[in-house]
Design a protein around this ligand. Sequence first.
Ligand code: URA
Length: 186
Amino acid sequence: MAKDLAALREECLQCKRCGLWETRHNVVFGVGNEHAKVMFIGEGPGENEDLQGEPFVGRAGQLLDKMLAAVELRREDIYIANIVKCRPPKNRDPLPEEQEECIRWLDEQLEIMNPRLIVCLGRIAAARIMNPNIKISKEHGQWIEKDGRLMMAMLHPAALLRNPNQKPEAFEDFLRLKEKLDALED
Ligand code: URA
């Protein structure tokens, strides 16, 4: 019988597949509605996420919540996970070998939850899930179909905190997501 998400999570919390387990405080498995039509995928936990064991709980997460609220979505309407489940030291980019080991957890999450839509937050997630050569500054907001699912890259909320002038175009992408979700109803 297929594993359920709770069982997968229990296994993941023990993970030592790559070296990141040595410096982590918590494995950040993912949270939200496991029946959601959309899964958001970020890069990896930062300091706050590592300490609390939940994705997107720091400043970037607060901005994400605001953007969701702007299109009448709440955390309970979505599921959020990351490419790597443990914090890379000093928030460096996750190494290719760390991504390679960790992506197996995400693959299983996707298999169990089978979301209709995927939103990749930032370049690292979009490159890993959608297209290794993606130019996120140009291609964010565009739906592509891959592996039977529709997916879109969005600008990472941490990047929007650094470049607030990009918020309007990021908001357009949330509107596109909302439109697609509404069109999927039944
Ligand atoms: N940035 C990410 O990509 N993921 C998190 O969980 C937090 C910040």
